[in-house]
Design a protein around this ligand. Structure first.
Ligand code: NAP
Ligand code: MG
Length: 497
């Protein structure tokens, strides 16, 4: 073990020296609990069904580049079959069930997810590349919590909007991204079912395995056939789903670019739409903040899930008087993050989900360097094989930089400074997005003053990236519209009269 020695920086601020590098013995989670089928079919009308044209694509473990399985590629005719099954379930058994009975199914699903949590966590880590610590302690518990929470609402819908009558919409078409595969599925499926709708859902091409395991949970819970149907495939499958004529509502989580395409493609229909899109969230640190906690918050805000987080605190705005010291501390902390095997319980930063994403991140970093950003990359090794990127930051980045404006969706933090509260607010709002923000200060009044002027759907104070099924989540402007979670998360799935 290396022992740190305090040293003086230019501004005479005492900081710690080179990073402590405890060499932890590997602690690898066993994968024995997971059995991955070599070939994975579509889930239609309660059964695993081969795609009509027999086409399959490969899904990989991004940490090893090894093939995990073959996944069915649904075409328009398969999507049509899935929508028909959902319609039949809606007009039949599911549509006739009481809220109390729907709630029972949701509770049952939540309990089975808890029982099989370890299996889900390992599978999610294998297919997505996120650290096991995160899939085990954050993703999967939140998935179960979402099903529990909306199970509780299923028989209380008369109280969702006091004085108003509510009813279900029908068949819902849902498309989700790869960054939190099972959690995004839960955010979509649980409220839709609680409200009495049936579902056809398409996961992202690179991360279909955990939702296919969820299909087995639906079977185990005896969820009636056709209530949830899963069509795997790429963008074309998603497009076939959202444009299908017998869909009543579209719920999409993904990039702003695809969100706009979808909005355009259904503009002339009566389909309801919610869009949960990208972000470029500001993380404001005032000089009076609890500095060490704020450093931890900023680290968590950008490096959690390799930065593949729609609400990642990717733009740090730090008060000028503490900037030098704060950035020094950030760098020290970054050097302590362990990037590597996601199955190792000591790993902080796992694998980038795909080669395509890694290439995109590297290209944007190159742009930042070319534009004159002050680049810092954490020390330490990354594995030779697999798609990995070290945590990094760009200092002295103005709002005009490409990196300040574009969502990188990787472990890249950009930093600029401010002198007054007003300047912090102006800079934070200087973005086409509006998903989330973070504020660090010991003064409640300053936090309220700042928060009330920030244009962001979710604002955390003296913490970051805290998620709870009871709390609504969603954005403004280019980050989309509609809320997921909480009572608000029911509105998009109900007709309210
Ligand atoms: P994406 O490329 O937009 O893909 C999202 C989903 O849409 C995937 O299932 C994708 O399929 C599918 N898709 C692609 N083209 C389509 C089309 N023309 N019609 C219908 N569906 C289509 O986004 P991503 O790269 O997977 O995810 C990252 C983005 O999601 C980021 O921008 C992030 O901020 C955002 N996100 C937002 C939230 C939120 O709550 N606001 C949460 C998580 C992520 P394939 O993957 O198979 O191409
Ligand atoms: Mg994969």
């Amino acid at each position: 073990m290396q022992i740190n020695t305090p040293k003086k920086t230019k501004s005479n601020v005492v900081t710690m020296g080179p990073p402590e590098t405890f060499e932890y013995a590997p602690s690898i989670e066993s994968t024995e609990i997971v059995k991955i089928d070599k070939q994975n079919k579509l889930f239609i009308n309660g059964k695993f069904t081969a795609p009509k044209n027999k086409k399959y694509f490969l899904t990989y473990n991004p940490a090893t580049e090894e093939v995990l399985a073959e996944i069915a590629e649904a075409q328009t005719n398969d999507v049509d079959l899935a929508v028909k099954a959902a319609r039949k379930a809606y007009t039949g058994v599911w549509g006739k069930l009481s809220g109390k009975m729907r709630g029972r199914y949701l509770y049952r699903i939540a309990r089975i997810i808890q029982e099989r949590a370890r299996e889900f966590a390992v599978l999610e880590t294998l297919d997505n590349g996120k650290p096991i610590r995160e899939s085990r302690d954050i993703d999967i518990p939140l998935v179960a919590a979402h099903f529990f929470y909306y199970a509780g609402w299923a028989d209380k819908l008369d109280y969702v909007v006091p004085g108003k009558k509510v009813s279900s919409l029908g068949v819902v078409g849902q498309v989700i991204p790869w960054n939190f595969p099972l959690l995004m599925a839960a955010w979509k499926i649980a409220p839709a079912l609680a409200c009495g709708n049936t579902v056809v859902i398409k996961p992202a091409e690179t991360t279909s395995l955990s939702i296919l395991l969820l299909a087995k949970v639906f079977q185990e819970a005896s969820l009636p056939d056709g209530v949830v149907n899963i069509v795997t495939g790429a963008g074309a499958t998603g497009s076939a789903l959202v444009t299908h004529s017998d869909i009543n509502k579209v719920a999409f989580t993904g990039s702003t670019e695809v969100g706009k395409l979808i909005a355009r493609s259904i503009a002339k229909t009566s389909k309801k739409l919610t869009l949960e899109l990208g972000g470029k969230s500001a993380h404001i640190v005032y000089a009076d903040a609890a500095i060490d906690q704020a450093v931890e918050g900023v680290i968590n805000g950008i490096f959690f899930n390799q930065g593949h987080v729609c609400c990642a605190g990717s733009r740090l705005l730090v008060e000028e008087s503490i900037a030098e010291m704060f950035i020094e501390k950030l760098k020290t902390r970054m050097n302590q993050l362990r990037t590597g095997n996601p199955l190792d319980k000591n790993t902080d930063v796992g694998a980038i989900n795909s080669k395509t994403e890694l290439t995109k991140i590297k290209k944007l970093i190159r742009t930042g360097i070319d534009e004159g950003g002050d680049y810092f990359e954490a020390t330490g090794k990354i594995p030779d094989k697999g798609y990995f990127h070290k945590p990094c930051l760009f200092n002295n980045v103005s709002s005009a930089f490409t990196l300040s404006r574009i969502e990188i969706f990787g472990p890249v933090l950009t930093i600029s400074t401010f002198r007054t509260v007003q300047e912090a607010i102006l800079k934070a709002n200087d973005t086409p997005y509006g998903l989330a923000a973070g504020i660090w200060s010991e003064k409640g009044s300053k936090i309220h003053k700042t928060a009330s002027q920030l244009k962001a759907g979710v604002i955390w104070a003296n913490t970051y990236n805290k998620f709870d099924p009871t709390s609504p989540f969603g954005g403004y402007n280019e980050s989309g519209f509609g809320r997921e979670g909480g009572r608000h998360g029911l509105f998009p799935y109900l007709e309210i009269k």
